[in-house]
Design a binder for this molecule. Structure first.
Ligand code: PMP
Length: 423
């Protein structure tokens, strides 16, 4: 397949798994949207650095200084990858979820939050304590912009507000009109954060060009291992907020006061929110993945994913019982993520069969986007209590879907096996 031409080999291509029908088969990982396999290059970079790693920001020793340089250089690499503006800040977190919770923690007093009900729970739920307006699912990208504009028009333009929006849906893979939503947010005096968990691995992200205030993503979906994520963007709200984690590294000086308490002078840089010993390996791995993707070029990756999506869609179109889920319509541009239901089948049973009988790893469920999946399934015959295999009872277990997703390293054979298995 064409994937051989992509200079982005991933790990795990040689893993074989047992089948219930007997024998073994090479595992077809078609669940990149949950976690992408790490790039060989990332693993090699981490392995090459491993003998040298030391504590960041804490040692006078050579290796500590080397690690500190590597950690700080990783910030610069990530900032470049994201097209950050001069003065923007890259905070290393654990994940997209962590990044958005950090921003939620840093909201100014009285901040209003606007979020579409179609978001992943990581974007939907962190805003506890703020006044949140949940926006109805739009059925076209244009409607998304209109819906946001209408909601923002009603607010006090002098108070702080934040819009949180996904770049690419983790359920449908559809691209959202981020630039237009950012323009609408700014026209009404609001800030905007882009959840790029699904966008960044598949599509270039340019913070300055999109004119978003912050962007969040996870290393483990961007071909790096688990444990490191990023929140990048404006410094002001973050600099003015209490530290997300209080402890060593976040504080410049700490001194006892005469009255017995302590005075703390917190850092105003990214370190303010990164207390504790930093995950230098994780940050380096993310930076390595960013460099690898930049070197390979997104053009090749995007073209390859389009090819694979077309192959899946053509294959599934021949199975009348399959319904592909879409908010913006069948022709809407999407990244390599696609969800569907199969009439007469319980999605969990179907996904289990793909694994047990064909060695194909997909995901089933509501994909941490319950309101969206409910909306998408709303008009289908798969209403709660009606869908699925005969033994499937009513409720959550039967109101779900199957998601197939792929990226760099997906060979034609995996997609073809998947289509054959569905047929
Ligand atoms: N946002 C989107 C769109 C996602 O797909 C995910 C992961 N499924 C997240 C946020 C959360 O990412 P993480 O689990 O790495 O925090």
């Amino acid at each position: 397949g064409c994937s051989a031409a992509l200079p982005l080999p991933v790990l795990g291509r040689d893993v074989t798994v047992p089948l219930v029908t007997g024998g073994e088969v090479a595992y077809a990982a078609l669940d990149y949207a949950a976690s992408a396999p790490a790039l060989q290059r990332v693993w090699d970079d981490v392995a090459a650095y491993a003998p040298y790693y030391g504590s960041v920001h804490r040692g006078a020793g050579y290796l500590s200084q080397l690690s500190t340089d590597l950690f700080e250089n990783s910030r610069r690499t990530v900032a470049e990858f994201l097209g950050c503006r001069p003065g923007d800040q890259v905070v290393f977190t654990r994940s997209t979820t962590d990044s958005l919770n950090l921003l939620a923690h840093a909201l100014p007093a009285g901040c209003e939050v606007f979020v579409f009900e179609t978001e992943h729970h990581a974007s939907l739920l962190p805003w506890r304590g703020a006044r949140v307006t949940y926006l109805d699912a739009p059925r076209t990208p244009g409607r998304a912009v209109e819906t946001l504009e209408r909601a923002l028009a009603d607010r006090d333009p002098h108070g702080p507000a934040l819009v949180c929006v996904t770049g690419a849906s983790n359920v449908t893979g559809e691209l959202w009109p981020v630039r237009e939503l950012a323009a609408a947010a700014h026209a009404h005096g609001a800030r905007i954060v882009l959840d790029a968990a699904q966008l960044a691995p598949h599509h270039p992200v340019d913070v300055a060009e999109l004119d978003v205030d912050w962007v969040a993503f996870s290393g483990h979906k961007l071909y790096a291992p688990f444990g490191a994520g990023v929140l990048a963007g404006r410094t002001d709200w973050l600099r003015d907020a209490e530290p997300y984690l209080a402890g060593g590294g976040a504080s410049r000086t700490v001194a006892r006061r005469a009255d017995g308490g302590v005075d703390v002078d917190w850092h105003t840089t990214a370190a303010r929110h990164e207390a504790g010993s930093p995950n230098v390996i994780g940050a380096y791995a993310v930076a390595s993945a960013c460099e690898a993707l930049t070197a390979a070029g997104f053009d090749a990756l995007v073209a390859r994913e389009r090819e694979l999506i077309a192959r899946v869609r053509e294959g599934l179109a021949e199975v009348p019982e399959v319904r592909v889920l879409s908010l913006f319509g069948d022709d809407a541009p999407r990244v390599g993520v696609l969800s569907f239901v199969v009439e007469g089948w319980n999605s969990s049973h179907f996904a289990a069969a793909l694994s047990a009988e064909y060695g194909i790893g997909v995901r089933d469920g509501l994909f941490c986007a319950h309101p969206l999946v409910r909306t998408l399934l709303g008009g289908s015959p798969q209403e709660p209590g009606e869908c699925g295999a005969p033994e499937a009872g009513p409720g959550e277990g039967s109101l779900n879907a199957i998601r197939v997703s792929f990226g760099a390293g997906t060979p034609d054979e995996h997609v073809d096996r998947f289509v054959r298995a569905v047929r």
